[in-house]
Ligand binder design. Structure first.
Ligand code: NAP
Length: 259
């Protein structure tokens, strides 16, 4: 299927590795030119070079912490007018509900709620003027079913979800489509870090921790960044114009719910 987005420009935040990179790769495969971002330059340049070589699209890189005002300003200056925005950043650390202080919440809200909102506010007006745009926010399965140790993530992502629910309906009439993708467990560095926590807490090996988690997923395995990226590319495509403000779970069936 032709996604109809060849020649468009996308900003993919936090995209040197993992799910962000999966989205960047899938968009590039559809002929979309990219602005890629991460804090570390080495992996970012390596990813950008691989994508240029594989797909022949233009890829500009911006080394910046997207969760800071300075970082966003740097990224936005380079990005200019983009047609597609993929919001992403690292997730908050795990912990215990009684240990989190105000500062921990402010940090999580800044990273996983206020950063995507700031980028939406900066880039969606231009998309509306041009009559076409796509925004995909990478959130988490924790929006549908809480992960107790990730309370900071549960809280911040629920806030973003509420904002997107209303905003997406206000801008859809101008051709701008905003949706959220909710990853369940995917095979990335983040998953390795989470499995490391389980391995330490339960005194089991990494392989055992991973097998234990995989056994809770009906698909019997972790998701891949490529699968995640393909879903993102579809939501950014011309075919997704009637999918507005949705929360789409990619979790291998892990959340046991009818709706
Ligand atoms: P990952 O493999 O650790 O990759 C994170 C990427 O984001 C890297 O490219 C990293 O590069 C970049 N990054 C992190 N913080 C950044 C920042 N402040 N500014 C700019 N770039 C930043 O993580 P992932 O698994 O792809 O996860 C992506 C998001 O999905 C996270 O919010 C995570 O919580 C959420 N999620 C993941 C899963 C999963 O199973 N993987 C499940 C549910 C939710 P630098 O470190 O160089 O900046």
């Amino acid at each position: 299927m032709d996604m109809g987005i060849a020649g468009k420009r996308a900003l993919v935040c936090a995209s040197s590795k993992g799910l962000g990179r999966g989205c960047a790769e899938a968009l590039a495969a559809e002929g979309v030119h990219l602005v890629m971002n991460a804090r570390g330059s080495e992996a970012l340049e390596e990813a950008a070079a691989a994508i240029r070589a594989a797909h022949g699209v233009e890829v500009v890189t911006v080394v910046a912490d997207i969760t800071t005002e300075e970082g966003r300003a740097k990224v936005l200056k380079v990005a200019g007018a983009v047609d597609i925005l993929v919001n992403n950043a690292g997730g908050p650390p795990p912990g215990m509900w009684c240990d989190w202080e105000r500062e921990d919440f402010i940090k999580a809200l800044d990273a996983n709620m206020l950063t995507p909102i700031a980028l939406i506010k900066a880039l969606v007006p231009g998309m509306m003027e041009r009559g076409w745009g796509r925004v995909v926010n990478i959130t988490s399965q924790s929006v549908k079913a809480p992960l107790a140790v990730l309370g900071l993530s549960n809280s911040a992502r629920a806030g973003l979800t509420g904002y997107v629910a209303g905003t997406s309906r206000q801008v859809a009439g101008k051709g701008v489509i905003i949706n959220n993708l909710l990853p369940g467990i995917h095979d990335t560095d983040r998953a390795t870090a989470l499995d490391g926590g389980v391995s330490k807490a339960e005194g089991i090996t990494m392989d055992e921790a991973r097998a234990k988690r995989a056994a809770t997923i009906p698909a019997g395995r972790y998701g891949t960044a490529a699968e995640f990226g393909a879903a993102c590319a579809f939501l950014c495509s011309t075919h997704a114009g009637f999918i507005v403000g949705q929360n789409i779970l990619l979790d291998g069936g892990a959340i046991n719910a009818t709706l």
